[in-house]
Design a protein around this ligand. Sequence first.
Ligand SMILES: *Cc1c(COP(=O)(O)O)cnc(C)c1O
Length: 357
Amino acid sequence: MAETAGVLTVDLDAIAANWTALRARHAEMGGGEVGAAVKADAYGLGAARVAPALAAAGCRHFFVAQLSEGMALRPVLGPGAMIVVLNGFPPGADQEAELVPVLNTPGDIAAWSGTGRDVFLHLDTGMARLGLTAAELEALAEDPSPLQGVRLRYVMTHLACADDPPHPMNTAQASRLAALRARLPAAPFSFANSSGLFLGRDFASNLARPGCALYGLNPTPGRANPMRPAVRLAVPVLQVRDIPAGTPVGYGATWVSTRPSRIATVAAGYADGYLRSLSGRAIGRHNWQDIPLVGRVSMDLSTFDVTDHPGIGPGSMIELIGPGNPADEVAARAGTIGYEVLTALGARYRRVYTQSA
Ligand SMILES: *Cc1c(COP(=O)(O)O)cnc(C)c1O
C-alpha cells in the first residue's frame, strides 16, 4: 500500500559508527571515555531505540536533561549504564532508578550531601546558565564539607562556542576550568560536546559528551561533515494538480505560478516539525534532483513545484531530509540549526530503525 504519512528512517548502525569514531577521536586527543547525549528523546530520533544501539557499541554514560527522561531510559538500558540528569533532581525522586544528578547550585549540593550517591558537579565557565559560579566554587573550596558524603564522579562544564574554533571563549573556558578544578578535591572531569571533540588536546577530558554528531549533524560547521548521515525523512505525495500561470498556491497566496505548473502536495507540515519558516525556501529531493517547495508550509501539508519532474505523481516519495539534503542544510534554509530540525521531528511519521544483525 502507498504510504499515507511520512517515513522517518533512523540508521542505528550509522549512529553507533559515529560514536565509535568519536571515541577514537577522543583517544587521539589524549582523552578518556565518550558518553552520549540522548536528551530530548535522542534529539528527536527515539532514545528507546538509539540508547540501546549505543550501549551495544560500548557506550556506558548517557546524558538526559530531565528526570522523566532518565526514568524512562533506565528500564531500556538496564542497571549497567550510568544515566546522568543534566538539570538535576531532588534526592529520592529517582526512586530505584539510580540516576546520577548533576549538582548545579549550592542548594543542590546541600540537598545531596550525606546521601553517599554518585554525582556530577557542574561549574559555570562562561555560559551563565547552569552550574556553580566562580564565587560559589570559592565558598565550596573554603569549606568543602558539603561535598562529603557524595561520590564526586565527575566535575563538568559546557562549552558555549565550540562550533566556532577561533572563538576566544573556547580557550578562556578551558583555562577557567583548569583554575576552578584546582580549587576542588581531585576528581575526573567531563568537558567536550560534539564540536569540542574537534578543538584539539586542550579539550580532552575523562568523559566527553557528544550529542549532535552522533546523529549525523556536522560538528564542524563550514567544513566537510566528518559524520555519517543517520536520518532520512521521505513524505508521500497525496495529490498532483496542473495549474495555469497566475495561480496562487497555499495560505496567504504568497506564491503565484509564473508558468503552467504542476504542484505536488505532500503529507508533512509544521505540526510534523517541518518548520513554517521553510515556506518558500525549502527543497525536497526525488531521484537525486532538487525540487523547490513553493508557498507556505501549512499545519499538515506542504506544496512542491514538480513541473520539471514529470515522474512524480500521487504516492511518489519526496525526501525532505537525507544525505542529499541534510538536516543542517534544511536548518540553514529555515534560519535555525540542525538540532532544532531534529528535535522538532513530529510524532506522525512512521519511524523505521535500520540495524544490521
Ligand atoms: C546537549 C549537551 C551536550 C551535547 O551537545 P552537542 O552539541 O549536541 O554535542 C553536552 N553537554 C551538555 C551539558 C549538553 O546540554
